[in-house]
Ligand binder design. Structure first.
Ligand code: ZN
Length: 121
């Protein structure tokens, strides 16, 4: 019998809605651009209030690290028109994205890779 990848269930994962944009991006490594294209992220950096990101297709963006930004909203709603062909986001990653649930009362608070120990102003 042939094995079918579609029968493999992707576990649902839950994230809190309150996670900020940077935490989401760092965890998911996906960037929904304004045009509705879903890019894969090569790097995500937090610089004060700004998030600097580089996609695999070579685009760079600087966005505000806000929970209420368009991108944070789109990530939570899993809203995108198409995956970027040049970023070559793998199918398993899109499946995982589709199985991610954002909830106010349930789920993980994402921990940042690097802790912020006060402001280096
Ligand atoms: Zn791309």
């Amino acid at each position: 019998m042939l094995e079918n990848a579609n029968t493999k269930r992707t576990a649902k994962r839950y994230y809190r809605k309150k996670n900020d944009l940077f935490s989401l991006l760092e965890k998911m490594k996906l960037w929904p651009s304004r045009s509705g294209r879903l890019h894969g992220l090569k790097s995500v950096e937090l610089r004060g209030e700004a998030v600097l990101l580089t996609t695999h297709c070579g685009e760079t963006y600087a966005v505000r690290n806000s929970r209420n930004s368009r991108a944070a909203r789109w990530l939570r709603n899993k809203y995108y028109a198409s995956a970027c062909g040049r970023c070559a986001v793998p199918d398993w990653k899109l499946a995982k994205y589709g199985q991610t649930v954002f909830s106010r009362g349930h789920g993980a608070f994402l921990k940042r890779g690097q802790r912020e120990d006060g402001n280096a102003a």
